[in-house]
Write a protein that binds this ligand. Sequence first.
Ligand SMILES: [Zn+2]
Length: 388
Amino acid sequence: MILLQNAEVYAPQHLGRRDVLVAGGKITAIAAHLDPPPSSWRVEVVDLQGRALIPGLIDAHTHLAGGGGEAGAATRVPSVQLTHLTLAGVTTAIGLLGTDARTRSIAELLACARGLSELGFNALCYTGSYEVPTTTLTGSVRGDIVHIDRIVACGEVALSDHRSSQPTFDELIKLAAECHVAGMMTGKAGLLHLHMGDGKRGLSLVNRALDETELPPRTFHPTHVNRQKWLWQDAKALARRGCTVDATAFPADDESLSAGQAMADWLDSDLPRDRLTVSSDGGGCLPTFDGDGVLLHMDVGRSAAILEEIRGLCAAGRRLEDLLPFVTSNVAKLFRLAQKGRIAVGADADLVVLSEALQVVDVLVGGQWFVREQSAVRRGLFEHSETR
Ligand SMILES: [Zn+2]
């Protein structure tokens, strides 16, 4: 048991100063004051002295097995290590393959997620990759979601990108149908997570699917929608039709919006606040290509970029409680993770303590300490001692 005293709780809505009791991996009590249990009960009491306590971030787009490989085998990004996530305040990661489903596989991705879970972390994954027909483990998307506990959705399937399989409309809607029905059968997310490229076709196939099929809008979850300003406008229009869209916390250029700009623009619009999520592309490559598809520059996505964007917005006067839903409760709602993304009695004790400057100080995952005083106290077997 852990009693967190004097926490400034963002649930993600701002609850004010609260004591929070954690037991058996769950949040079991929240009140203005909680008396410590009797000393014969083993309980750790931690006075947070007014520091912010927020739900652990849910990063729904992390290349747990590593992404890349688009400019040769030397550009394959290594797998994501535990502290890369926890030191970034991420307590749930949903892993995915990217361009490369030839030298990488769903089996490898699943093993990475399982490895993180063995360390006590929350790791789920998508089946599939950029490619259509889709890479799977059991032979079908529906089978992977139905039969494999940790697989909750399909993605990232590439659209409007020179690296895509140029999927047809029929291929896209069949894939979305597999996701939707598998989600119904299991109570899992059942989404088609779509990597959006820079191509001018943009979201046209998704809009056509909404026009011509019975598939619910929630089935389509396009990501990287902030990579082009015009695509961002189209994504907002898609959200008005019921889809939740995902902005990526990558470095912005003249043509794109940063995730911070995207969040601010969303808050300043009259769009439903729960239809935007933000993810990191952690472990993924962030390449820049010229018009012939030749690689000009390569960077790697970092989970820490999510909180960096939020920090920047708060420094500019935005309220933390307005921003947190994009990376906590909105993601949990879309992915049907009822115990995640909020601070409430009965929810999982995935919690992050932030300093006044909104730096990650402490992290609990499932009621276990992973970070204390900005230092990782749990690491993967092959990670060296690492502090921020
Ligand atoms: Zn992508």
